[in-house]
Design a protein around this ligand. Sequence first.
Ligand code: KIV
Ligand code: NA
Length: 270
Amino acid sequence: VKRITVPDIAGRKGGEPIVCLTAYDAPMAALLDPHCDVLLVGDSLGMAVHGLPNTVGVTLEMMILHGQAVMRGARRAMVVVDMPFGSYEGGKEVAYANCVRVMKETGAQAVKLETSIEMAEIVAFLVKRGIPVMGHVGLRPQAILAEGGFKAKGRTESERDRVLAEARAVAEAGAFCIVIEGVAESLAREITETIDAPTIGIGASAACDGQVLVVNDMLGMFDWTPKFVRKYADLRTEIDRAAAAFASDVKTRRFPAEVETYFSKKPASQ
Ligand code: KIV
Ligand code: NA
């Protein structure tokens, strides 16, 4: 199987919508791979896998470990690894060294950075040195502590202008693709029509060149999901039902049954 490349994705502008889901481990990556163009090892793994309250505590080591696992499961999809909070904002050289580490140690095709205007310079530095960068504008989850919570972006005129300027700056810096998160349809449409790089939306309407969801959200594994999530399965209910049934069977000795039990062979006659 030939793996989808960065130029393949960059070339999807205005074409068939890009299909992207997050993945954090090898078996899930293998299940999603036949259906996805891009598998994103998102720092949402902080919540989805590690029980953290937000993405701020996610480390480079965690991203590398999960990136390696996803690469073992994915065959055809392009794999992109999120750079975690604190690993790229401090300066070009630090960002470069950490991105190189992620690419060398995971084998992933690209990295994703949450990108404000100030980040554009760092993105340009990375891209010029051969690192494929996916941008991320609009709602930026790594800024949760600075912002005191999450709200959709671009609802006021000045915020709209800022998010559009961010997308422009990051695209001009050479990002091959940009995730737009949590913005109104009109702004997502304007960004998508303005920049040459394809846009991948999450809570950003159907106007984008592709869509991404957190896999745990779309499988119904969280007790709460935002408005923009569509649940394609209800695994929470399924897992609860399965665990309850197992517990009941163990307590009433209906599990294991004979078919699930090993028996010793008749001892050979001496
Ligand atoms: O961490 C993540 O899962 C993400 C996507 C939701 C875009 O950044
Ligand atoms: Na992320």
